[in-house]
Design a protein around this ligand. Sequence first.
Ligand SMILES: [N-]=[N+]=N[C@]1([C@H](N)O)O[C@H](CO)[C@@H](O)[C@H](O)[C@H]1O
Length: 828
Amino acid sequence: MVTAETSQPVTDPTRIGLTKEALKQAFVDNLFYIQGRFRDVATANDIYMAAAFTVRDRLLARWLKSAQHFKESGARTLCYLSAEYLLGPHLINNLINLGILETAREAGEELGLDLGEILATEEEPGLGNGGLGRLAACFMDSLATGQIPAIGYGIRYEFGIFDQAIENGWQVEKSDTWLKNGNPWEIPRPKITFPVRYFGHTEPYQDEQGRLRIRWIPGLVVEGVAHDTPILGYGVANANLLRLWKAQATESFDFQAFSTGDYYRAVQAKIEAETISKVLYPNDEPAVGKELRLKQQYFFVSCSIQDMVRLHLATVGPLDTFADKFVAQLNDTHPALAVAELMRILLDEHGLAWEPAWDITHRTFAFTNHTLLPEALETWPIELFERLLPRLLEIIYEINRRFLDEVRVRYLADEARIARLSLIAEGETRRVRMAHLAAVGSFAINGVAALHTDLLKTTVMRDFHELWPDRFHNVTNGVSPRRFIVVSNRRLARLLTSVCGNEDWMRDLTALRRLESLAEDQGFHEDWRRVKLAAKDQLARWLAAKTGVRIDPQTLFDVQAKRIHEYKRQHLNLLHIVGLYQRIKQDAQFRPPPRTFLFGGKAAPSYAMAKLIIKLINAVAEVVNGDPQVNGHIRVVFVPDFNVTTGQLLYPAADLSEQISLAGKEASGTGNMKFAMNGALTIGTLDGANIEIRDAVGPENFFLFGLTEAEVRQRQADGYRPSDIYHGDPELATIIDLIDSGLFAHGDKTLFRPLTENLLRHDPFMVLADFRAYVSCQTLIDEVFQDSARWTRMSILNVARIGHFSSDRAIREYGERIWKVEPVPIQV
Ligand SMILES: [N-]=[N+]=N[C@]1([C@H](N)O)O[C@H](CO)[C@@H](O)[C@H](O)[C@H]1O
């Protein structure tokens, strides 16, 4: 007889079985019992949901087992606090991580279903902007695969990053209704809710022990409700937790207001509260100074820290061992308020004295900086803090007072240094420096690539590095080989497995080194080229279906896919294309190998220059693709709505990966790793992780150009005059004049003027300074591409030597150097 005690649902094969029959039975059950559909009337979404629930059930077993074991073992747990998670589609990733992709395909076929169609139905959760958000997702995958107990905390945005449509060459943002059909991968936890306070004032009081305490009388309280998504590791039974918070009103309906007929006020609190987790701010770098953004940051930080304290009290006990149980990584400054929030909870809710509270706090947090761009370093006006988070501001003032006392002693009242280090930026509007709060409140600070970390130590965080050199670490980014090879490029994965004789490389990417022995093998070259051509063909078919644009897989696929930003220099790429176009038209002898230029990337809606660059890409495409004189030689395509799903098509199909940022600007880059992992060769500057990729794959297998970071600094110090370069380079001048001429704007000479004027007057990212070197490098690439044996050899060696750039390695380094966490294997 089934009793609550005895029934062990995790053993029931129809719920957890991985066999074809078990999957088929579960699918049929779910279609009926969850979707309430007979097969013949089921929609594509019903089919997808039934498949998703079938796979989810197999995750749940591993997840609950993991959670139970972590709890019982009191394992030290890593908490990743990130405002963004760019997870990508779940179903395919979970089928791979469960090792049942082929079984599921066969089960589907026997039920008359096409797994490819089911996979294409899933709407990806776009809860991030770009590299930072995707890095968080890769890290969650590697934490589970590395069997490290971890919780990812973030915000369950109702609307993620906008869907990008291109209308008349312009980006048009469409709201991202990823939840419209429901989300089978999450489990709402209505009982795991926390109050989040805003506004109001604070007042001192004496507690029953006569100690002076502070209470915060908020003007508004909203609730955060947990929504849990299991994150299963690859080839292991470990599954970690991604806990995203949704905001709701404490009272979702005001009956008094309703009965007086004030229907809006009846639901006002509900609307206001829900606005907090309504939408992701679509800015990849520039800090967003909006009050709602600060509300969002405090919302998820407060829920997450309250949850960590609850878990600790429930599973371990008194809070003095909190920092032994938990270590929390701050993914940039977006969650930096966590430092002050943990202090608030320890002081105000648990009555700890300042020193023990600070000791716990400081031993709990570590901070990752992801950018040096001044406009991206978050600071908030004191006035806003006073109004919105009065208690947090008091605590920040006290943290600062004690910190500056320490600095004053150390540097004998060096007022200039104190002002530079202070958490408060004095000036017209006094502001809180969030990077300083994160740095003072953390025991470790890291950059995301070697050059970036060095620059962090010598520029933006120089004073902190002089103060605490031992706190600084470098952990170069990495990406998940499961998502970006096994899921994205199954043909390559099969070839790699056949070379390696097993699938161990999927968990240890350095195993691909053995490919080196095949770098000269002509037979293997053919296999290698076949895999690349198939991926290019797949992209061409998808693009034709999606946009009607036809591209030839036999041409060199030159891809630049990343957020649109002037420092990433999509416009440098465009200058080269316009130059090519002009030469092909004017010089019948000049016939470089045919190339297809593919661009992809979203621009922040408020970033006018980035949107103009998208327009110019499409305008150049219209003219070039429409010109019979150059047809068959060059083609330009803007791939709309670049996200994880389209990335999974672009990374495997690229021959050439464009990583052309101005040296010193791209902290790391992660697209560079994904392209190289799929056999693309890189044209790039000595910037971010490009440097380490070039060192790893060998300078002879990397197309380098451009000023180094030191040369950039020197040229700027010497006074950089872009117009001199314009006047000194006739071809460049012709190109800029062509863009100015209205050729790409149906005669309108003004449309692209802002761009050309900016290049000639300021050129802040030194596009003109690197132009000539870039064009020469592209000419070299044309030569090398025509030697397919050489190109293929270089491509093989890129993959053979890319192992270091797995997020598994990055997580291992964080674990050993910063978090001091041990793997806890789970048996199922
Ligand atoms: N914010 N931020 N920073 C970035 C990216 N834009 O998201 O973080 C990424 C992840 O660390 C870096 O690779 C990239 O260089 C950097 O610009």
